[in-house]
Design a protein around this ligand. Structure first.
Ligand code: PEP
Ligand code: MG
Length: 539
């Protein structure tokens, strides 16, 4: 038995045989006919790779959408990248076969990307490796392993849309990847489908295919060839979790109302339109936070109005009249969008981020606003602005909204006058929440950023541990103030940061008067249960 660790992206327990999708032969052919012959093989492989990628791009567009298909654009560009190609040629001239050279150049290129202090380039690392493995497979005439007939655990260096669109999703028990981050495709897929998943795992991929694996992603652990005692212990844990989940399903269609009769809505946080279905299956009464920036991340340029409109409309339609709160683009800091061409900042978390980016790039903002307004005809759509610190920002953002809606009406496109709210996630916004409550139609508290800024503790820095404590009395005093000021002005107030799904404070938040809690779909049933069991009486 061999035990290893990774970072949990979605909790759950799975036991099954391992399928490794992108295997390349462990022994590659040596150079046979000299550098010219190897270069000719390479030329042929590049041509074949180009054809395969173009086909995959078409298929992915149809199956998943335009955004994910763009990954192939990146790989097609890499196929023509001079430094990548010259790296392979140099290795061939030094006596390597085309397959060896493609593998080594890919790894060297990926190592360069990994060393860069740029989140976007780090995400491209998987594309470089994917492309170099494709070339090696073509050169060795190796076929990707077919997906087994039995459900299995997928283990990989990393997964790209080209891997995922080919996989029968109902047969994936768990995903474990060496690479990946919370924004990686593995994470996105796992979240959408509710599949247990680990990223950043220390996986020994060689010889792993076909072996038995046990994954307990919540504890961040996996076991290869687990012994009977470990299987028994972890599977008993799964059974308990399944029984608990079955009991919780009684709350799926039940509105969350306290024993005293107070309604506290339970909404879902989502990143992609596809997440809306999973949210509904978990009993979500609405979407409390659609993180629009996921539609902008990992691509070469900002999405067009129609693409955004389709994404928002899909969510509104899927939620069938339930509330959908769309957050306008929250770019900047850890969510860098290189194509916006923003200056590199010393302190990005204190820099041009959230609504500041949108007010600085009005064209970008207007495109998104048009899409939201157009989609608002298809459901109960509300819109909110992130990272507000001052009254003037709200006034400015609302003014642009009024103009955009006016333009749409003049174009003959009907769109309702939707509620426009703000996120309270800076101490400044919390402290002037009495004033802000007269400028906004609702509040939603982003406790992740509110904690970071109140305690001066970078949310990205895992080493800060106790310093970044969302339960700190300072954070709770601000929460009380926000709820009180919202209610004094008769506007609804919710929480969409991680505290919204933190069961250890749910009762306290209900008592404080929050009207809505929004959390990851997996938290919703438990939240509904806790609200229904709360003794809270109407205020
Ligand atoms: C928050 O800050 O709590 C929040 C919900 O926004 P994000 O986590 O996307 O910054
Ligand atoms: Mg935030």
């Amino acid at each position: 038995m061999q035990k290893g660790n990774g970072t949990c992206v979605h909790p759950g327990i799975a036991l099954g045989r391992v399928y490794v999708p992108q295997t390349i032969p462990s022994v590659l052919p040596c150079a046979k006919g000299g550098p010219d012959a190897e270069k000719a093989h390479l030329h042929h492989a590049l041509h074949t790779a180009k054809k395969q990628l173009s086909q995959l791009m078409g298929r992915t567009k149809a199956a998943v959408g335009e955004k994910d298909a763009q990954i192939f654009d990146v790989q097609l560009l890499m196929l023509e990248d001079d430094s990548f190609l010259s790296g392979i040629h140099t290795l061939i001239e030094n006596g390597k076969s085309a397959a060896e050279a493609a593998k080594e150049a890919g790894e060297a290129f990926a190592a360069q990307f990994a060393a860069l202090d740029d989140a976007y380039m780090k995400e491209r690392l998987a594309d470089v490796l994917d492309l170099s493995r494709r070339l090696v497979r073509i050169l060795c005439r190796a076929r990707p392993q077919p997906f087994p007939d039995e459900p299995c655990i997928v283990a990989a260096q990393d997964l790209t849309p080209s891997d995922t669109v080919r996989m029968p999703r109902e047969r994936i028990l768990a995903l474990v990847t060496c690479g990946g981050s919370v924004n990686s495709h593995t994470a996105i897929l796992a979240r959408t489908l509710g599949i247990p998943a680990l990223v950043g795992a220390d996986l020994p991929l060689d010889g792993l295919a076909g072996r038995e694996m046990l994954v307990d992603s919540e504890s961040g652990s996996y076991w290869i060839d687990p012994d009977e005692a470990t299987k028994k212990e972890i599977l008993a844990k799964r059974q308990l979790a399944q029984e608990k989940h079955r009991e919780l399903l009684a709350y799926k269609d039940r509105p969350a109302v306290t024993k005293g009769g107070r309604r506290v809505c339970v909404y879902a946080n989502i990143g992609f339109p596809e997440d809306a279905r999973a949210a509904l299956e978990q009993g979500a009464e609405g979407v409390g936070l659609m993180r629009s920036e996921f539609l902008y991340l990992g691509r070469e340029k900002a999405p067009e109005e129609d693409e955004l409109f389709c994404a928002y409309r899909a969510v509104a339609e899927c939620m069938q009249g339930r509330r959908v709160i769309i957050r306008t683009l929250d770019a900047g800091a850890d969510k860098a969008l290189p194509y916006l061409g923003l200056e590199k900042e010393e302190n990005p978390a204190l820099g041009l981020r959230g609504v500041r980016v949108c007010l600085a790039d009005e064209a970008l903002f207007r495109t998104q606003l048009r899409a939201v307004y157009r989609a608002s005809c298809y459901g109960d759509v509300w819109m909110m602005f992130p990272m507000i610190a001052s009254v003037w920002e709200v006034r400015q953002a609302r003014k642009i909204c009024r103009q955009v809606r006016g333009e749409l009406l003049l174009e003959g496109i009907s769109c309702p006058d939707i509620p426009l709210g703000i996120m309270i996630e800076t101490p400044a916004a919390a402290l002037i929440s009495a004033e802000l409550a007269h400028e906004a139609d609702f509040f939603s508290v982003g406790t992740n950023d509110l904690t970071q800024y109140t305690l001066a503790a970078d949310r990205q820095n895992a080493a800060l541990g106790r310093y970044a404590d969302a339960h700190h009395p300072a954070v709770f005093r601000l929460l009380e103030m926000i709820a009180e000021n919202a209610h004094r002005a008769h506007i609804p107030v919710g929480i969409c940061g991680a505290l919204g799904g933190d069961f250890s404070v749910t009762e306290r938040l209900i008592q404080m008067g929050f009207d809505e809690l929004s959390a990851a779909p997996g938290c919703i049933l438990q939240l509904k249960k806790m609200i229904c069991e709360s003794e809270e009486v109407p205020v």
